[in-house]
Design a protein around this ligand. Structure first.
Ligand code: MN3
Length: 204
């Protein structure tokens, strides 16, 4: 059963002006598709990976061939990312997640500053995450390339609640080299309802 790129849960232009329509088309239809095509090639060539859940495969990243780690991570991360966003201003932090963020970082603004700094501080390509680490713990962490916090190679392991793609392909058409501006604007398109559901599902 081959992996496939899931359709976006909104139109290509739905996140504009925060993320422009052309970036969404290229990012979803070309970049994500390439990760999926290369993942399928790698899995076709390795019987031990066939029929297994992708998240389970990725947990053992340290012993995976690089093409599986990179393209499997690419597929998992982007599938997560599309679902983490919604039209600008359509939701607010709420409930348990809002309270846990305020308790850990003092305020929503304080949290976003730390998250943005971790995204700016990721050298080269990668991702910045809010993860649930168990027993109610929340942490901010960044990962290189297409690694993620599910992987046994991650500095901070846990269940991703939010994640932002800081590869240049995610922002260059609108923001050019200004990754910090992209990170700051991105909060407008975070789907906080989905993030709260993820926290509840993480069981913390
Ligand atoms: Mn990307």
């Amino acid at each position: 059963m081959a992996y496939t790129v899931p359709p976006l849960p909104y139109d290509y232009g739905a996140l504009a002006p925060v993320i422009d329509e052309q970036t969404m088309k290229l990012h979803h239809d070309k970049h994500h598709q390439a990760y999926v095509d290369n993942l399928n090639k790698a899995v076709d060539a390795d019987g031990s990976l066939q029929g297994r859940d992708l998240a389970e495969i990725l947990r053992g990243a340290s012993s995976l061939p690089k093409p599986v780690r990179n393209n499997g991570g690419g597929h998992w991360n982007h599938s997560f990312f599309w679902e983490a966003m919604a039209a600008p201003g359509s939701s607010e932090p709420q409930g348990e997640l809002r309270d846990a963020i305020a308790s850990k970082w003092g305020s929503q603004e304080g949290f976003q500053e730390k998250f943005n700094a971790a995204g700016v501080g990721q050298f080269g390509s990668g991702w910045v995450w809010l993860v649930a680490t168990g027993e109610g713990g929340l942490e901010i962490t960044a990962t290189p390339n297409q690694d993620n916090p599910l992987m046994d190679v991650a500095e901070v392991r846990g269940t991703p609640i939010l994640g932002n793609d800081v590869w240049e392909h995610a922002y260059y058409l609108t923001y050019q080299n200004r990754r910090a501006d992209y990170l700051k604007a991105w909060w407008q398109v975070v789907d906080w309802n989905r993030a709260s559901q993820r926290l509840a599902a993480a069981g913390s």
